[in-house]
Design a protein around this ligand. Structure first.
Ligand code: DP6
Length: 321
């Protein structure tokens, strides 16, 4: 059987940055994201008793066994869970207008889990699908849904999954993905979040998690762009502060990252409201309203020459094609 699924990536406004269990990818904190319309992955999963090997084709290129390891291990784990074991072919295409530095593991594992489940005709709820996506990559847990999504940390494999807050928010919110640097990140998220836990600021940050989640949910309910922006920027800065103060300090920031941070601060001083968030890489995402979008884009273009900017807004949850 062969099935194709499409999943959009998401950007965490309240960050996930630490695991309670490495294998189960259960998190130490709850997180909250917005699913994006501009970036998605289409994945076809085919299993057939006549196939003689497992194959992973990414963006039309057959991947080496080494490069397929994470994906193969994930499928073997799911096959074991559901008591099936035939060979398979995975064909995955990332639709990202430019490589704007948006993590594709979220959309990749959400699309893979969904196409796997559909190809075996398994009848799973979205909650169960979210749990399965989590086993591939933590952030994929949230890409099962559209709009604003909360990943409740839970306390074990059963209780850690995402739930939608509002799949079609009526909020004027745009995200500008600014590609400042295309170099491959040196420290993976998996490794980075382990190092960050050695920071003296990590536990105090964790202790604030519930409060931050409750506050942003309230802000979403109030359609309060300012508060959503402030809390998102705070969460990103808390994460990056932990990286900088880890026992082995590190940062994902590049000089261009700082330039954009300063630009956002200057724009705000001049009455152009916008906020930034940054993940496990040097690229910056700016949150803004439609009214200021054009001005912000031209200010970014003046600050960094030849910079790539992708405009995104709310995207949908995972679907079968
Ligand atoms: C900074 O989901 O890529 O984007 O669970 O190890 O696959 P693994 O990590 P991943 O980490 C995402 C980290 C983040 C914040 C977030 O998306 O919440």
């Amino acid at each position: 059987m062969k099935k194709t699924a499409r999943a959009h990536t998401n950007i965490a406004l309240i960050k996930y940055w630490g695991k309670a269990d490495q294998a189960l990818k259960t998190p130490l904190m709850s997180s909250l994201s917005m699913t994006l319309d501009a970036f998605y992955t289409d994945t076809t999963f085919e299993h057939d008793s006549s196939l003689t090997e497992d194959t992973f084709i990414l963006n039309d290129q057959k991947q080496s066994v080494e490069d397929s390891k994470r994906v193969f291990n994930y499928i073997h784990l799911l096959q074991e869970k559901f008591g099936v074991n035939d060979h398979f072919t995975i064909r995955s295409t990332n639709h990202v207008p430019t490589s704007a530095g948006l993590a594709s593991s979220a959309s990749a594992f959400a699309a893979l889990a969904t196409s796997f489940v559909a190809s075996y005709g398994l009848d799973l709820s979205k909650k169960e699908l979210s749990r399965l996506a989590r086993l591939g990559s933590g952030s994929a847990t949230r890409s099962v849904y559209g709009g604003f999504v909360e990943w409740k940390k839970g306390f074990d494999d059963e209780s850690s999954y995402a739930a939608p807050i509002d799949e079609n928010p009526d909020l004027d919110l745009s995200l500008l993905a600014i590609e400042v640097n295309t170099k491959q990140k040196k420290i993976s998220s998996t490794k980075g979040m382990q190092l960050a836990q050695t920071s003296p600021f990590y536990q105090p940050w964790l202790a604030r998690n519930e409060e931050e989640i409750a506050e942003i949910k309230q802000a979403i309910q109030n359609n309060d762009f300012t508060r959503i922006g402030e809390l998102s920027e705070l969460s990103a800065n808390e994460m990056h502060a932990c990286n900088l103060t880890a026992k082995e300090p590190f940062t994902y920031f590049e000089p261009e990252t700082i330039k954009i941070i300063k630009l956002v601060e200057d724009l705000r001083k001049n009455g152009i409201e916008c906020y930034y968030t940054i993940d496990a890489g040097p690229n910056v995402k700016i949150l803004c309203t439609l009214r200021n979008r054009k001005d912000i884009i031209s200010a970014v273009q003046k600050t960094l020459t030849n910079v790539k900017i992708v405009v995104a807004s709310f995207g949908p949850g995972v679907t079968l094609l």
